[in-house]
Design a protein around this ligand. Structure first.
Ligand code: PLP
Length: 458
């Protein structure tokens, strides 16, 4: 029998958690000693912990609660769907209204060059499905040797075997003999870190042309796809120079290599466009989606296919031996639809493009332009990063940048703010529902966290 949760103290939760639960991406022993923060409630832009402390969530959970926490429309949609049809599957020649409605809505947001989606439960799964679907596509096209994927150093595409292989996180690859065979990587387009004396435009072209060199080295007849996030998130918050994406697209087209955009964090309005590739102005062949599709209220992801790919798979492919029990789950589909209703009905994506996004970006630059610890400010729409550095003039980074980023994040928690750090960059990606006054709060709390970090460093 379930005990009334309210009777438990923070210490109870921490002890029970330590006894039975392995967390994501951290040293479990250290966590158990410290005890995790227990988040118990969320509303709008804010979450509360079990001690009653309120935090402005500058990360929208994990870049996912795009409409904010606790929206009644999504709760009602889930409840209605649970009553009507709590589960059915996409096997056995069946479908259901929620998934049909969602698919139609999804493609009303996308240009006509995309036509079909394979639903998954997460972003990692979307990228697993990507590997199988792309390889199947080239089989069907009579080019079975086109099997190799090219990803990027520090790209992040998920934590499962295939998706972590597509990603380029060295510390993930070290654990478990990754990447799997048939996955190669090129350098990331991180001008601040690797650009040296090149201009951003020159560096962007150089990074893009590394793809061409890799394709030529491997043989274009062997390369299936290039996979990348339009802006690189977890692996360093990298906004590529403007020269990068047009050149990548030219190369992919020239060598008939599929261009696969991981839109898991960029999708559903983050940049002020519905999808981040629209902001960066390139046309991928596939889109991996998740997170903002349901604003994180319930797990759902998917792989969107271009008309060309879908048509080939449908017309010539026969049975595709692939399927997930929860693919197109009716409750997730109903929540996704309600989420899109809110995003569209309240014009949240347009607001990010025309109002709150430019406001965040302008104020961020005003607040941090002269800060001695902040060497660079990047971002667009409702996503931004502050590069912490030891010396601004020479772009010198801290040797212990992860440690400094984590310290700054901790100061944020003390200030009642959730921001994240990666590679010495402080990330903010709040819900699209944020108001101007909440942006002011976000920035003043972030400023205090960065100031405290600077004072600590002397
Ligand atoms: N792709 C990108 C760009 C991501 O940022 C993430 C997660 O943060 C994923 C894929 C993996 O998604 P999930 O955690 O839902 O498996």
């Amino acid at each position: 029998m379930r005990t009334n949760q309210k009777q438990r103290s923070t210490a109870d939760y921490q002890a029970m958690d330590a006894a039975h639960h392995i967390h994501a991406f951290l040293d479990q022993k250290a966590l158990n000693e410290e005890g995790p923060r227990v988040i118990t409630r969320g509303e709008g832009l804010y979450v509360w912990d079990s001690e009653g402390k309120q935090y402005l969530d500058g990360m929208s959970g994990l870049w996912c609660t795009n409409v904010g926490y606790g929206r009644q429309e999504l709760i009602d949609a889930a409840t209605r769907q649970l009553k009507e049809l709590s589960y059915y599957n996409m096997f056995f020649h069946t479908t259901h209204p929620a998934v049909v409605e969602l698919s139609e809505r999804l493609f009303s947001l996308l240009p006509g060059s995309y036509s079909h989606v394979i639903y998954t439960n997460s972003g990692s799964e979307a990228n697993e499905v990507l590997i199988r679907t792309v390889r199947r596509f080239w089989d069907v096209m009579g080019q079975p040797d086109k099997k190799i994927f090219i990803g990027r150093q520090n790209g992040y595409h998920g934590s499962t075997v295939g998706s972590a292989s597509l990603g380029g996180m060295a510390f993930m690859h070290e654990m478990g003999n990754l990447p799997i065979p048939g996955v190669e990587h090129i350098d990331e387009p991180d001008w601040y870190r690797h650009g040296g004396s090149l201009s951003p435009a020159e560096f962007g072209l150089q990074c893009a042309r590394a793809l061409e060199q890799k394709i030529l080295q491997l043989g274009a007849d062997k390369v299936a796809a290039f996979v990348a996030e339009p802006f690189q998130g977890a692996g360093g918050m990298i906004f590529p120079p403007e020269s990068y994406w047009p050149e990548i697209q030219r190369i992919c087209r020239q060598y008939d290599v599929l261009l696969c955009a991981d839109e898991v964090i960029g999708g559903f309005g983050r940049t002020g466009e519905w999808f981040a590739h629209q902001h960066f102005d390139f046309q991928p062949d596939t889109l991996s989606i998740a997170k903002g599709l349901t604003s994180g209220y319930i797990p759902m992801g998917g792989l969107v296919l271009s008309r060309r790919m879908a048509q080939a798979l449908i017309d010539k492919g026969g049975v595709f031996a692939h399927g997930l029990t929860y693919s197109g789950h009716p409750v997730a589909a109903a929540v996704a639809l309600a989420n899109l209703d809110v995003l569209q009905g309240e014009g949240m994506v347009e607001a990010v493009k025309q109002d709150t996004g430019p406001y965040l970006q302008r104020c961020l630059r005003e607040v941090f332009a002269d800060h001695p610890l902040v060497g660079d400010i990047q971002g667009t729409g409702m996503v931004a990063a502050l590069q912490l550095c030891e010396d601004k003039a020479s772009r010198k980074l801290f040797a212990n940048e992860d440690d400094i980023g984590w310290r700054c994040r901790s100061h944020g928690f003390d200030e009642g703010l959730i921001i994240r750090s990666t590679h010495g960059r402080m990330i903010m990606a709040p819900a699209l529902a944020i108001t101007r006054s909440q942006i002011d709060e976000l920035l003043s709390k972030t400023r205090r966290a960065v100031d405290r970090t600077a004072r600590e460093l002397g």
